[in-house]
Structure formats: structure tokens, C-alpha cells
Design a protein around this ligand. Structure first.
Ligand SMILES: Nc1ncnc2c1ncn2[C@@H]1O[C@H](COP(=O)(O)OP(=O)(O)OP(=O)(O)O)[C@@H](O)[C@H]1O
Ligand SMILES: [Mg+2]
Length: 240
């Protein structure tokens, strides 16, 4: 279920802007992978193609062998239900409690209240926020808000979680905690793809890295094992 991601010679243009050029990679079910690159390199575009916010100009994006171009707009909500999406700015409902933020999607699906409660409490337990179920976002720290974002992303049991700069608004300590949490979720079998600028964390975690520069894939592998030229290029392009 929606956990293998394949990009086959993907190009994406926004009008005259060529955001991606001939990008190919394969992420297998259960993988944990970082997507790195300078601002404007094309990271968010790659993620948007996966959750079908955008469509390729050329080439194919497939999830578990299903070409997303063949998916009708009507089926997009169903596609997204099978994945968890985490954003840099959390995108929480400001007047709702942590519980209600996480419960929102399940209620929208018409799930019975007892089942909603069981699942929401389960997800908030995973992220260590059982003591904050009744807090609204402004009563939570940035790291705590992002943990609510993660609970919301995993509450429906997705096989794939994608995160666009999940630690972009967090201090170093919270960033490490959020990444550790995502690693823990990965260890239960969920495929994880994370875009990030945070090379310190990427280096610490020793996971697969796909590096994008100027819309092109410049490196793909465990950071220390990358061909040095590609590693330098990736670093060069990351130097803020
Ligand atoms: N809707 C859009 N319309 C026009 N150009 C766009 C649009 N979205 C992105 N772009 C352009 O496409 C390129 C890639 O953008 P993208 O958002 O994918 O980069 P990014 O790697 O996520 O950058 P950042 O690290 O700053 O988030 C940039 O040149 C950007 O200006
Ligand atoms: Mg981006």
C-alpha cells in the first residue's frame, strides 16, 4: 500500500521555470531516505509530485507501480489517506486541541468515536504527548506542535510518511528528537522520505541521501559512501 516510490526520468516545469530535470530514483518499502539540496533545488516539488499536488511535465511518478498521472482527481483524497504528510509550519488547526487536531481526519472518515479515541490516544502516545491532549497549539512548544503533526500523520496507519523540512522551524535539540521519532516510526516498517537542509542531522543519522542541485539528482547513497565528487557537490550546494 503506497510505500514504494519510483521516479522515472521526471521533469517538472512551472511556466518557464524548470524545477526538475530528468530525475530518477527508487525508494523501496521500509526505506528511510533524506532529500537534500539548496533552497530552490526542487525538494518540495519532488514531494508535491508524490502527494499529487503537482503533476510531472515529463516522465512518471509511480507509487507501488501505479502511475500517478493515471489517477483521476477524484481518487487523490484516497491516495493521500494512505500517506502521512508533515510540514515545516505544522499546519495545525489553531483553535483545536492536540486531540482534535489528530482526530480530525478520522472523524472526517466517519469513524466511530470510540475507535477515534483509541487511535488518537495511540498516536499521541507514540509521540510522547499524552500529557498534552487538551492543549491548543499556542500552548505547545514548536517541537511539541510538530509532534502533534507527526501524530496526525501516522494516526491512520500510513505505509508512507513524507515530511517537507519537518525541523525547519525547530531548535537543534527538538530537531534531533523529531528525527529520532521518525526513525522509530520507520522501524515499524513505514517508508519515510524527509526533505531537509539540516546536514548535521543527516550526517549523524547515516541514512540514504538523495541530493538535488538545480533540479537534477547529483548524488544518491549513504553520505559517507558517496563518490567524493558528488558528496562535495552536494555539500557545496547545501552551503547556505
Ligand atoms: N508554483 C510555482 N510556480 C512557479 N515556480 C515554482 C513554483 N513552485 C516552485 N517553483 C520554483 O521551482 C523551483 C524549485 O522549487 P521547490 O519549492 O521545489 O524548491 P525547494 O528545494 O523545496 O526549496 P526550499 O528549500 O527553499 O523549500 C524554484 O526555482 C521555485 O522558485
Ligand atoms: Mg521546499
Amino acid at each position: 500500500m503506497m510505500s514504494q516510490i519510483e521516479f522515472n526520468q521526471v521533469s517538472k516545469r512551472y511556466g518557464a521555470v524548470e524545477a526538475l530535470r530528468n530525475v530518477s530514483f527508487l525508494i523501496e518499502p521500509g526505506d528511510f531516505c533524506f532529500l537534500v539540496g539548496a533552497s530552490g533545488a526542487g525538494k518540495s516539488t519532488i514531494l508535491k509530485l508524490i502527494y499529487r499536488e503537482e503533476i510531472t511535465s515529463e516522465g512518471d511518478v509511480s507509487l507501488d507501480g501505479v502511475n500517478l498521472a493515471s489517477l483521476s482527481n477524484r481518487k487523490v483524497p484516497l491516495l493521500r489517506r494512505g500517506m502521512g504528510i508533515i510540514f515545516q509550519d505544522f499546519k495545525l488547526l489553531p483553535r483545536q486541541t492536540a486531540f482534535d487536531n489528530v482526530a480530525y481526519v478520522l472523524r472526517a472518515l466517519g469513524m466511530p468515536p470510540a475507535e477515534v479515541r483509541r487511535r488518537v490516544i495511540g498516536a499521541l502516545k507514540v509521540v510522547g504527548l499524552l500529557d498534552k491532549v487538551d492543549a491548543v497549539p499556542e500552548e505547545l512548544s514548536g517541537g511539541e506542535q510538530q509532534r502533534v503533526g507527526i501524530a496526525r500523520a501516522i494516526v491512520n496507519g500510513p505505509r508512507l510518511v513524507i515530511a517537507d523540512e519537518p525541523t525547519g522551524n525547530l531548535d537543534p535539540q527538538s530537531s534531533v528528537e523529531i528525527m529520532a521519532l521518525l526513525e522509530q516510526i520507520n522501524q515499524r516498517g513505514t517508508t519515510i522520505l524527509i526533505s531537509t537542509h539540516n546536514l548535521t542531522i543527516v550526517e549523524q543519522m547515516q541514512k540514504r541521501v538523495i541530493a538535488i542541485a538545480d533540479g537534477q539528482l547529483v548524488a544518491d547513497g549513504i553520505l559517507n559512501n558517496l563518490p567524493s565528487e558528488a558528496a562535495i557537490m552536494a555539500n557545496y550546494n547545501l552551503g547556505t
